[in-house]
Design a binder for this molecule. Structure first.
Ligand code: C6P
Length: 435
């Protein structure tokens, strides 16, 4: 471990960073202009303009992110925390600086509370294995919701089965909102943990995190929030939200695959045992026992995905420079446009989830009598990319009595033209099927 990695320089740099602006004077995002930052949007699938409406699955990457990763491999490829030569020092410095950038985006109190993972899934698993196995015992309740992605469900199922714990679920209303009245009743079980998504990847619902955290804490529970669909789309301030753990993926927020984040309160992370063991997560190793490193490195065994962390830092700065309030307003406006346009232009379309004010940039839908896989496949011929299936929310689809849905999801580069293209593409699907 070099001085760079262990020095508090990262946290000092973080403390000196200006606070995120709440009211941005720059006006609305110019998504058309921003599209030029995303080289992939020049592709012409089937000879058509690429209309990428699948950012909830993974977002596209701006040139600055691609170039930062390329620059690492071309100019200073070396392992981190090990090398005492110039390019190795630089690799460590950029890798740790990325932590500061991500901490700044979510207003984490310290960069050392940012643990790199491969994705949101790994971050939830880290908490389930490390914190969960220490703190959840027979009969202890974990409260989840009916709208969770499998990543925030299956790890808790495995834990509950292993320790004979109890899983409880906050149901949803038919509009796709959480039943907080039932949550209140479930809290009487004195759960050890409440884990829920900030924004649903299927319904788009933006959950009232702060209110739910307050309720959970008053009942003595810790809270893990799955921010995979929130960090790329709206302002997230982990201190204001008050959660104990907050997880997200880099590849959905304009960053590279292979990058993800667990943010946790320092005292919780300090008390947790390592998740994976090996190099870099230790301070001293004897043949029969080892002393572990400080957080966050205690949780980062082995050579990490260095270029991905560096790319994620650049993506975090890119989003922060745009202004997350502007990003949110842009996507809210697009959702409102789509929720108004689609039912008028596409006869019989069924839309799922709440109104634009309560929803992130996600619209799940179905066309009568046409399977969503066929919808997605025919839309592809028009250059329009949407996801079809259960979107890793099978229990939610069961609750809605649906086998599958098609889903359009937005990002900073999405325009009204893209939504017009979706509507036109859906009419074409109906024409092909003769309905
Ligand atoms: N949702 C989607 O198309 P990973 O795969 O670890 O990067 O992200 C998991 C995850 C966790 N929580 C939520 C709310 C998510 O939406 C996702 C990923 C993608 O909706 C891929 S299934």
């Amino acid at each position: 471990m070099t001085d760079l990695a262990t020095s508090p320089a990262a946290d000092l740099a973080h403390a000196a960073a200006p606070a995120p602006a709440s009211a941005d004077p720059r006006g609305p995002l110019d998504a058309r202009a921003l599209a030029a930052d995303f080289p992939i949007l020049a592709q012409r699938p089937h000879g058509k303009r690429l209309v990428y409406l699948d950012s909830a699955a993974t977002s596209q990457k701006p040139t600055v992110v691609i170039e930062a990763m390329d620059g690492y491999y071309r100019e200073y490829n070396a392992n981190v925390h090990r090398a005492i030569y110039e390019i190795g020092e630089r690799a460590t410095q950029e890798y740790e600086a990325a932590r500061v950038k991500v901490a700044r985006l979510i207003n984490a109190p310290a960069a050392h509370e940012i643990v790199w993972t491969r994705n949101a899934t790994e971050a939830v698993n880290l908490v389930a294995y490390s914190w969960g196995r220490r703190n959840i015992g027979p009969g202890d309740a974990i409260v989840l919701t009916e709208m969770e992605h499998h990543a925030n469900l299956v790890p808790w199922q495995i834990l509950a089965q292993e320790v004979d714990g109890d899983l409880e679920f906050i149901p949803i209303t038919d509009d796709g909102l959480l039943r907080l009245d039932v949550f209140e009743v479930l809290l009487r079980l004195r759960p050890k943990l409440v884990a829920f998504t900030h924004v649903s990847n299927t319904l788009g619902t933006i959950n009232p995190v702060r209110e739910m955290v307050e309720m959970a804490h008053a009942a003595g529970a810790l809270v893990l929030v799955d921010g995979a669909q929130a960090v790329p789309h709206l302002p997230v301030d982990v201190q204001a939200l008050g959660a104990d753990f907050y997880v997200f993926s880099g590849h959905k927020m304009l960053g590279p695959t292979g990058s993800g984040v667990l943010w946790g309160r320092r005292e919780l992370l300090d008390a947790m045992p390592p998740f994976m063991a090996g190099g870099d997560m230790i301070r001293e190793v004897k043949l029969r026992r080892s002393e572990y490193n400080d957080v966050p490195w205690k949780f980062e065994a082995g050579t990490p995905d260095i270029s991905a962390a560096i790319g994620l830092g650049v993506a975090a700065d890119y989003l922060r420079d745009l202004g997350m309030d502007r990003v949110r307003e842009h996507e809210r406006e697009l959702v409102a446009y789509a929720l108004d346009l689609l039912p008028r232009e596409v006869p019989g379309i069924a839309l799922y989830g709440p109104s634009a004010d309560l929803r992130g940039g996600v619209i799940a839908f179905n066309l009568p009598a046409i399977h969503p896989h066929d919808v997605a496949q025919i839309l592809d011929r028009s250059g329009v990319c949407v996801r079809a299936g259960h979107h890793c929310t099978m229990p939610l689809h069961e609750r809605l009595d649906l086998a599958a849905t098609a889903r359009a999801s937005f990002s900073v580069f999405t325009t009204r033209d893209d939504i017009d293209a979706l509507a036109a593409g859906l009419r074409e699907v109906q024409r092909v099927f003769g309905v």
